[in-house]
Design a protein around this ligand. Sequence first.
Ligand code: ADP
Ligand SMILES: O=c1ccn([C@@H]2O[C@H](COP(=O)(O)O)[C@@H](O)[C@H]2O)c(=O)[nH]1
Length: 308
Amino acid sequence: MHARLATVSAAVTVGIGTLLQSRQAHGDSTSDAMLDRENASTNGHTPGRDSFGLPKSGAPIREAKSVAPSDVPRRPSEAERPIVVGIAGGTGSGKTTVSRAIASRLGRDNLIHIAHDSYYKDLSHLAIEERAQVNFDHPDSLDSPLLLQHLAALKEGHPVQVPIYNYSTHSREADMQSVSPARIILVEGILLFAEPELAKACDIKIFVDTEADLRFIRRLRRDITERGRTAETVIAQYTETVRPMHNEFVEPSKRFADIIIPTGLNSVALEMVIARLESFLPPAAAASAAAAPPTTTPTPTTPCAVSS
Ligand SMILES: Nc1ncnc2c1ncn2[C@@H]1O[C@H](COP(=O)(O)OP(=O)(O)O)[C@@H](O)[C@H]1O
Ligand SMILES: O=c1ccn([C@@H]2O[C@H](COP(=O)(O)O)[C@@H](O)[C@H]2O)c(=O)[nH]1
């Protein structure tokens, strides 16, 4: 299957803003925000950015990984600032699998991988039966403002503490995962482009587009084996919330993507994405990534926290 690749177009300025509270404003306000952004991207070049408005390649900001907490990390220059790559798509579309394929090529030193899912709100104050009834596919179920704060901090060269979410208990673990900046920040989630501020925080937006029947089959298998569900609960959740929310929020957000990857592990599309991301790495790291074998099917797993 051939990849449908659109031009990488968005030039975006990251800023922390409050998310729109009104979900009913989703349609119009999202469109307005996106149009504003597209218009802004055509207003000539910004210093330190390339013709697409993306930060130019330069030295990685690896030094932030080794600083002591008491030290103040050096603020990355515009040319060094991390590139945020958003990977959205429906549940089971292959977001994590695609992220891992990209990560395995670009290398741990150059990339960090953050899941929007890690920012699900903690439901430990509810009885376990009540937790399972929550609509986890509505944007309000996630602490997106915290993710926005973290992306902004990483872009400034600061490490962040990412929550660790447990899908079986629908709650956050006591521990958090410390994540330090890298040149490429992969962030994935079903609702990433449905939240205008989060979409805006992504320099490159990729949508993994997989048919609903395949996604459902994958989810059924995964949720039973990895997330402690039964076939009955997966089917009930899918019909009651996952499917309607997909149609209301996820599917319409596809139009904000720069690139659409059909059925996930599409090697043509992946190689083009990887080549583009390599261009942001310093020469030695880019050469090493380019020398790695072409993308193969990684063992798909579904972490809920961060991996790289
Ligand atoms: N291209 C693929 N072919 C077959 N199975 C896949 C493929 N991509 C993902 N999967 C399977 O589907 C499940 C969901 O994939 P995942 O990457 O976790 O999707 P998402 O992150 O979008 O929910 C995984 O458990 C994996 O086993
Ligand atoms: O406690 C929870 C939190 C989330 N979910 C479901 O997870 C998916 C999103 O994860 P993917 O890896 O993209 O599938 C979302 O559809 C939620 O319904 C959950 O079941 N329980």
